[in-house]
Design a protein. Structure first.
Length: 74
């Protein structure tokens, strides 16, 4: 069960909802894996290439590498 699922279950209980949001809401990150995000699909974590300021995940990068001017080595 995720954060949104639990919020949906307790939406009619005002006090419990406020307490749950106060203590369990996801926090904004300043560094680390969760900070990097693909600019195309929004995927976070592993496989996000930030080199050259690209910020694309590896799947999106493979799809648009030719358009960006990258060539595959043989």
């Amino acid at each position: 069960m995720g954060y949104e699922d639990i919020l949906d279950q307790i939406k009619h209980k005002k006090g419990k909802k406020e307490k749950f949001e106060k203590h369990n809401s996801p926090k904004e990150r300043d560094y680390g894996k969760a900070k990097k995000e693909c600019r195309r699909c929004g995927r976070t974590g592993r496989g996000v290439m930030s080199q050259y300021g690209l910020n694309y995940c590896r799947q999106c990068f493979r799809e648009i590498a030719d358009e960006l001017g990258f060539e595959q080595l043989k």
